[in-house]
Design a protein around this ligand. Structure first.
Ligand SMILES: Cc1ncc(COP(=O)(O)O)c(C=O)c1O
Length: 419
C-alpha cells in the first residue's frame, strides 16, 4: 500500500485518506499518523532480527501516545523508558514488565524503586553513584535487579551535537575503566545482576560505521570481563537508526528509513555469540509515520525574503528551531511546476520559530494546507504551551478510517490547572 502519495486528483493522501478533505472537518494544526507505516517499520525490524535472539524495544521518548505504543506492543516489542511516566505508559499500553528496559542519566530513587517493584527486564546504569543508589534500593526491597552498564565508547556518531551521546565529552554512560570497576562492584553485590552492556551512540544515525566501531569495542570489553569471571548475557545496542527526512513521499522509489541499511550490519557480528541483543529504536519506528498538517495564514513579501506564515509553530514541532533539522514540506494540493523560494515560519514571537529557510516550494497561497513530513518522532512529545498555545490533536489512520488518539488541549483545560 502507498503510504504518502499524490493521487491523480493532485491531492496528497496518507494511505487512503485525502488530507485536503480531512482539513474541511478538523481544525489545523494537527498531527496524523499512518498505522500501516508504523507496522511496516516494526515488521522490517523483526524480519532482520529473525535469525537472532533479539528483544526489540520501542523508545517511548520518540512518541508516547498510548495508542501508538499499543500498536507496537501487539507486534511483540518491548519498551525503552527513561522516566516513571514512560514506565507507567508502557505498562498501561500492555507491554510486559519483562520486556522493559529503563535508561536515563538521572533516575530518581522513586523511579528506581518503581522499576524494581515492577520487576522490569533491566536498568541501564550511567554512573558509579547511580550503581550505589540502585544497590541500596534493591537491598531495602530484598529484590534482585538485572543491570546493564552504559559504556561511553568515545565514538562520534556524526549526527547533530545535541543528539550525539557516545563521546567522552557527553554526559552519558561511563568510560571503560570506570565500567570495569562498576562491573566488579555489581558482581559482588547480593542483589545486583550485572548481565548486560549498554551503549547508545546518538540519534538520526545514517550509516552503520559508528555502530560497527562500537561493536568491536563491546566484544573486546566482553573478553576483558570474561578474564575477571564476569559473564554478560546481553548487549543493549541502544537506538539511533535515522530516517530520510529529505524524502518521505512514495513517488521517489526509495526507503523512508535507514533500517534496511543499518540493522542487518548491526546484528551480524553477534551471529556466532551466545549473547542476546536488545535494541531501543524510536525514530525509525514512528518518524516516517507522522505528518504535521498546517494552514498558510499569510504570505508576506519583504525586499529580502518571502515568508509563508503558517498556523503551526515551534511549540508544536521544535526540531527545526532546536537542531536546525530539515523536514520535507509539501502542499496538500499539488499546484504544478511553478516554484518560489521562501521562509516558512510560525506565529510564535521568536526568530527561531521557523520550519524552513530559503526553501524552494511549489507556489502556495494563503489558505492552502501544507504537510510537514517525517514528524512522527520527537514532534508532539517535545511540544509546549509556549505563547500559551494549546497542544494540538493527534489522529491515526487505521484500517482506512481516522481515529482521534489525542484530543488536543483547549485554553480552558490549560487554565484549569492554575490556582
Ligand atoms: C538511551 C536511548 N535509547 C534509545 C533512544 C532512541 O533513539 P532513536 O529515536 O534515535 O532511535 C535514545 C534517544 O535519544 C536514547 O537516549
Amino acid at each position: 500500500m502507498q503510504i504518502l502519495h499524490y493521487n491523480d486528483d493532485g491531492n496528497l493522501y496518507l494511505e487512503n485518506i485525502d488530507l485536503t478533505e480531512l482539513c474541511r472537518t478538523v481544525s489545523t494544526p494537527f498531527y496524523i499518523y499512518s498505522e500501516t507505516e508504523i507496522r511496516n517499520n516494526c515488521k522490517r525490524i523483526l524480519h532482520h532480527g529473525e535469525l537472532f535472539s533479539l528483544l526489540p524495544c520501542y523508545a517511548l521518548k520518540a512518541n508516547y501516545n498510548p495508542k501508538i505504543i499499543h500498536i507496537i506492543q501487539t507486534l511483540g516489542f518491548g519498551a525503552d523508558v527513561v522516566s516513571d511516566g514512560e514506565l507507567q505508559f508502557a505498562l498501561r499500553s500492555g507491554i510486559s514488565p519483562q520486556k522493559i528496559v529503563f535508561a536515563g542519566v538521572g533516575k530518581s530513587a522513586s523511579e528506581i524503586e518503581a522499576a524494581i517493584r515492577e520487576e522490569i527486564h533491566s536498568l541501564n546504569i550511567e554512573s558509579e553513584s547511580e550503581l550505589r543508589a540502585i544497590a541500596k534500593i534493591s537491598k531495602k526491597l530484598k529484590k534482585n535487579v538485572v543491570v546493564a552498564i552504559r559504556i561511553n565508547p568515545d565514538i562520534d556518531a556524526k549526527t547533530h551535537p545535541y543528539i550525539s551521546t557516545g563521546l567522552h565529552e557527553n554526559k552519558f554512560g561511563v568510560d571503560p575503566a570506570t565500567a570495569l570497576r562498576m562491573f566488579r562492584e555489581a558482581s559482588n553485590h547480593q542483589y545486583l545482576k550485572p548481565e548486560g552492556i549498554h551503549i547508545h551512540l546518538g540519534s538520526q544515525i545514517q550509516s552503520p560505521a559508528p555502530y560497527l566501531e562500537s561493536i568491536r569495542f563491546i566484544l573486546d570489553f566482553r573478553e576483558k570481563l570474561l578474564h575477571e569471571n564476569i559473564k554478560i548475557k546481553f548487549v543493549d545496542l541502544g537506538g539511533g537508526i535515522g530516517i530520510h527526512y529529505e524524502n518521505q513521499l512514495d513517488t521517489r522509489n526509495t526507503s523512508r528509513t535507514f533500517i534496511d541499511d543499518i540493522l542487518p550490519q548491526l546484528l551480524a557480528p553477534f551471529r556466532d555469540t551466545d549473547l542476546y541483543l536488545i535494541i531501543e529504536l524510536g525514530r525509525a519506528i514512528v518518524g516516517s509515520a507522522g505528518l504535521l498538517i498546517t494552514k498558510v495564514l499569510y504570505k508576506k513579501e519583504t525586499p529580502q525574503r518571502n515568508f509563508a506564515i503558517i498556523d503551526a509553530a515551534m511549540n508544536n514541532l521544535i526540531r527545526p528551531s532546536l537542531y536546525q533539522a530539515y523536514h520535507q514540506i509539501v502542499p496538500l494540493k499539488d499546484s504544478g511546476a511553478e516554484t518560489e523560494v521562501m521562509d516558512i515560519v510560525g506565529p510564535v514571537c521568536e526568530t527561531g520559530d521557523y520550519f524552513a529557510r530559503q526553501r524552494e516550494m511549489p507556489l502556495i497561497n494563503e489558505g492552502d494546507y501544507l504537510a510537514v513530513t517525517g514528524a512522527g518522532a520527537y514532534g508532539q512529545v517535545l511540544s509546549s504551551n509556549y505563547n500559551l498555545r494549546p497542544r494540538i490533536a493527534e489522529y491515526l489512520v487505521r484500517d482506512g478510517n481516522i481515529t482521534t488518539i489525542f484530543n488536543g488541549e483547549s485554553i480552558q483545560t490549560i487554565m484549569q490547572q492554575y490556582l
